[in-house]
Write a protein that binds this ligand. Structure first.
Ligand code: SF4
Length: 347
């Protein structure tokens, strides 16, 4: 961050109270300032109309707002909108709004780039720049909620943490932002409407269980065969399927939640009968749902979409094992084939 001032969104309520009491203000001022930051989503101290000019000056001499600003938008024929956001220090990342069936889902980012290097992912090829702060993640959600109201006439119904970055590599900031988004003193969104997706950082999945999180967990699996998963998701070399399954079992035992597995169908790579059998074996470990995702090839891509025949056979094997399976059609394929491409294009 280019200025030495602390982002006001990084302060806890008690820190804010202590600061205000320290400069001679009454404690109730903290409630007013807090409401401006978290409930009204203020982006500057000037907006705080019931706060005296002298106190606003004191606040701006000591803190600042590290806002994220939408600098570019692109709309798909299917209604999906992608937004390119810029941070105070000029870093860029994406957020997406996906409308459908009377609701709007926001797909949000937690990092600038990503160090996980999944072979099929455009973000993975961008490399890693830095974590988003909790304030930046929160402001991204708040901004997307405003954009959803403006464009679709309704607030966000759901949030999926599936944009740029691996959220469990930015654990504290992501959880802090989710806590704020679901707090009644802020946006008040039910954690049941929030889904975090991870590529499988086993120790952090255990940590989520220990922290008793109430949001949904989704695992980007994409192969249940170690040798294949090693190739397409390098994280598997560090936390192979045996460790991942141990962490998922632990998560289920502690939270009682059913996990979702994301499975991107890559033609000729992970869509054979052996792959389907390995998947149903692996997912037996706890109650689950499988989301099959159609692949969107992008320019210079080595992967291709699975044929409809291969997909049908794959899905009918899963169904024959009595596992809940849904097929997710890729949305917004005409505006950027994969997550991270917009940021790449405008870099
Ligand atoms: S799929 Fe997710 S974890 Fe893998 S490189 Fe892309 S953003 Fe990172």
């Amino acid at each position: 961050m280019e200025s030495g001032l602390r982002d006001i969104r990084e302060l806890s309520r008690s820190e804010l109270e202590a600061f205000l009491v320290g400069v001679g203000e009454k404690k109730f001022r903290a409630a007013q300032v807090y409401e401006w930051i978290w409930k009204k989503g203020a982006c500057s101290f000037d907006e705080m109309s019931n706060i005296s000019k002298s106190l606003r000056d004191i606040l701006s001499e000591n803190f600042r707002f590290c806002n994220v600003t939408c600098v570019y938008t692109v709309a798909s024929v299917d209604g999906t909108r992608k937004f390119l956001f810029e941070t105070c220090d000029g870093c860029r990342f994406e957020g997406v709004l996906i409308p459908g069936d009377g609701r709007v889902t926001a797909c949000i980012s937690t990092q600038i780039g990503c160090q996980m290097g999944c072979a099929f992912c455009a973000t993975g090829q961008l490399g890693f720049k830095r974590n988003l702060t909790s304030g930046e993640i929160f402001h991204q959600v708040f901004s997307l909620n405003g954009l959803s109201n403006e464009i679709f006439g309704m607030p966000l119904s759901n949030i999926v943490i599936m944009g740029m970055g691996e959220p469990l590599m930015n654990y504290d900031n992501t959880l802090m932002a989710i806590n704020m988004v679901s707090s009644e003193q802020s946006m008040g969104m039910s954690p049941q409407r929030i889904t975090m997706s991870t590529c499988g950082i086993a120790p952090q999945i255990r940590r989520l269980a220990d922290d008793g999180v109430r949001f949904n967990l989704s695992i980007s699996l994409h192969s249940a065969i170690d040798a294949k998963r090693n190739e397409i998701m390098p994280i598997n070399r560090k936390y192979p399927l045996s460790e991942l399954s141990g962490a998922i079992k632990y998560f289920h035992a502690k939270t009682g939640s059913r996990v979702t597995y994301e499975y991107l169908m890559l033609g000729g790579v992970n869509d054979g009968f052996d792959d389907a059998r390995a998947l149903t074996e692996f997912t037996k470990i706890s109650p689950c749902k499988i989301n099959i995702i159609e692949y969107n090839p992008h320019p210079d891509d080595t992967f291709r979409r699975s044929g409809s025949d291969a997909m049908e056979k794959f899905i009918s094997h899963i169904e024959s094992c009595n596992i809940v399976v849904t097929v997710r059609k890729s949305k917004g394929s005409d505006i950027a084939a994969a997550c991270g491409q917009l940021a790449n294009m405008k870099k």
